[in-house]
Design a binder for this molecule. Sequence first.
Ligand code: SF4
Length: 85
Amino acid sequence: MEETVTYKNPNSKVIIKVINEKCISAATCIIHAPETFDLDANGIVYAKEGTWDEAEKIIKGAKSCPTTAIIVEDLEGNVLYPENK
Ligand code: SF4
């Protein structure tokens, strides 16, 4: 069973879910959304506290992930990325 961690932010229009096992520390998500994503001490991505990047950048970061470790939803729980999930 994959462990999915959910991140919410009162200032953001999106909810971020990370499938930790899929993260291979490629860090391209951080290049697209540096105010949102960072790597923890184990090299696994997490969403930071504080103001996130705009939703478009967060989705770009998710799209850039080579392993599709990041899922982006709107506040109603509709999946914005990946499209077929
Ligand atoms: S791009 Fe994907 S694999 Fe790379 S750090 Fe971000 S979530 Fe992890």
